[in-house]
Design a protein around this ligand. Structure first.
Ligand SMILES: [Zn+2]
Ligand SMILES: [Zn+2]
Length: 245
């Protein structure tokens, strides 16, 4: 176990489906040698193994049952059953996902625990807390506190929920920004880049990273929209990005 700051590594950040060469939602959160895979969209299991061996994964946290956030759990299950041979990988998610996966092999080799908006998890010196977002299925935004630093992740949400509901003092917010503001009225269960910037500003976050852009959303335009409403520079997530929170 090595000492170190709270870090966030982007394993995949494409919204709703992976674009060419991309990966769906998935992040690696690490602190002092502990590693948590936060969302497990397609392509993220491959990228995860660039940073942590399957044997050393401490837990998986899944925000909701939409397939772009968990489909690679199936690959973890196969690797855990036949290759790595461990049946103790803790998996934290809502009951909806548990039921969706009951017939899958993942259900028998991962150590399921149900979480909800009031849950609090302590994993390797990190404290995880949750907030129900504005999305068509039960979805949990995530706050991670460790070593005096705080990370917030919106998961998927429309604008009726805001980052402030994760509590004050977020040093880094990872917020979904699926499309540009021109699409806001048509799809209210995701945020535009403009809305992502606005909710981050309202929550007083120090640093904003936008993610979950649809593969055809213009990254430059999204960055400009979000920066204008945030009132400061904004980073657009890419695979391999690593942030000290
Ligand atoms: Zn999604
Ligand atoms: Zn979703």
């Amino acid at each position: 176990m090595t000492a170190g700051p709270l870090t966030l590594t982007v394993l995949g950040c494409d919204g709703s489906y992976p674009g060419p060469g991309g990966a769906s939602s998935g992040y690696l959160v690490q602190y002092q040698g502990a590693s948590v895979w936060l969302d497990a969209g397609s392509g993220t299991f491959a990228n995860l193994q660039r940073y942590v061996a399957i044997e050393d994964l401490d837990a998986v946290v899944i925000t909701h049952e939409h397939v772009d956030h968990w489909s690679d759990l199936e690959h973890l299950a196969v690797a855990a059953r036949y290759v790595v041979v461990r049946d103790d990988v803790p998996l934290y998610c809502e009951p909806d996902l548990v039921s969706a996966m009951r017939t899958a092999s993942a259900a028998t080799v991962l150590a399921w625990s149900r979480i909800g908006p009031g849950s609090k998890l302590d994993i390797g010196g990190m404290t995880f807390t949750f907030s129900r977002t504005d999305h068509p299925v039960n979805t949990l935004a995530v706050r991670v506190d460790a070593g005096g630093r705080s990370l917030g992740y919106s998961a998927d949400s429309g604008p009726e929920w805001g980052l402030a509901q994760l509590g004050p003092g977020l040093d880094l917010a990872l917020c979904e920004a699926t499309f540009l503001s021109e699409r806001e009225d048509a799809l209210g269960f995701h945020m535009s880049a403009k809305q992502a910037g606005a909710t981050a500003r309202a929550a007083g976050v120090a640093k904003l990273v936008i993610t979950h852009l649809w593969p055809r959303t213009d990254r430059r335009a999204a960055e400009e929209e979000a920066a204008a409403s945030f009132g400061g520079p904004v980073h657009v997530a890419s695979i391999g990005d690593r942030f000290e929170v």
